[in-house]
Design a protein around this ligand. Structure first.
Ligand code: LER
Ligand code: MN
Length: 273
């Protein structure tokens, strides 16, 4: 069975980004529960800024799970990328992700590597960048495994990276890895830009699919854009996906409407009875 989640950003520098609830963890959790979500996906600035006891208490109080935790602030705030030409920065990037893996892992949730993949530019060719990504994943995949969770790797789109932009790119990256603990996160907004057929790409991901960012073509709540969701829901059922469909979307026209519209669409596609 697929579960529902909604995003909360705690990163002021990411303002304007695709997150439903902002700034205040307590309010975000309360609103997520009020709308009937199973879980929250949190986008922290650093793990040091997070209070594990407070989060534990909020999740318990609102009967929510932690679906996943993003590492995008590693790039947006701290300018760390796993494919930076500077070895020291690559090391700091791995450490940043490791801290999110450990924090989220304590809640039984995976960390997401998306924007921190960086891009191939200047003298850094694609093959070199892929090797650095694989080195990092060989280290971080087993670290997530120690918490009993996967590590999620997210293909983006051409405007955000020239490395992993599709399920096919993602599978190419993961295939030679010794660790089998890295799963793909398909963000349906990115997929709408890059995939020939989104449902086919989900079937291609199959058991390597670990998480879904549930967004419409315009990065608004599902139902507010023009993506045809029936074949996507069918494909997710067909591959037996049992992870989260998490609303990483713009808070448009406002957070409350975006959350409510997401829940309506989630129920329509995944809880039709
Ligand atoms: C960025 O566009 C995105 O989709 C995030 O989930 C990546 O960290
Ligand atoms: Mn995403």
């Amino acid at each position: 069975m697929i579960h529902s989640a909604v995003t909360i950003s705690l990163v002021p520098e990411a303002r304007g980004g695709p997150f439903v609830f902002w700034d205040d963890l307590a309010t975000g959790c309360a609103r997520a529960a009020a709308h009937g979500f199973d879980a929250v996906e949190i986008f922290p600035r650093t793990t040091e800024d997070l209070n594990a006891r407070q989060l534990k208490q909020l999740l318990k109080q609102h009967k929510l799970k932690l679906a996943a935790m993003g590492t995008g602030a590693g790039w947006v705030v701290h300018k760390l990328r796993l494919t930076d030409p500077d070895a020291q920065i690559r090391g700091q990037a791995r450490n940043f992700i490791a801290s999110v893996i450990d924090f989220a892992g304590g809640f039984g949730a995976p960390a997401i590597v998306g924007s921190m993949q960086g891009r191939s530019e200047g003298t850094i060719v694609r093959e070199q960048a892929f090797n650095w990504l694989r080195e990092a994943l060989e280290q971080l995949g087993p670290r997530a495994h120690a918490h009993g969770v996967p590590l999620l790797f997210e293909p983006l789109n051409r405007y955000e990276t020239n490395l992993v932009k599709s399920v096919a790119d993602g599978l190419e990256l993961l295939k030679p890895l010794r660790t089998k603990n890295v799963k793909l996160l398909v963000d349906l907004f990115h997929a709408n830009i890059e995939e020939t057929n989104i449902a086919d790409s989900l079937r291609l991901a199959g058991c390597d699919l670990g998480h879904v960012h549930f967004a419409d073509s315009n990065r608004q709540a599902v139902g507010l854009g023009h993506t045809d969701y029936s074949p996507i829901a069918d494909a997710l059922r067909e591959i037996g996906f049992s992870g989260y469909a998490s609303a990483e979307i713009l808070p448009l026209p406002d957070s409350e409407t975006a959350a409510q519209q997401t829940m309506e669409s989630f129920r329509m596609h995944f809880r039709p009875d």
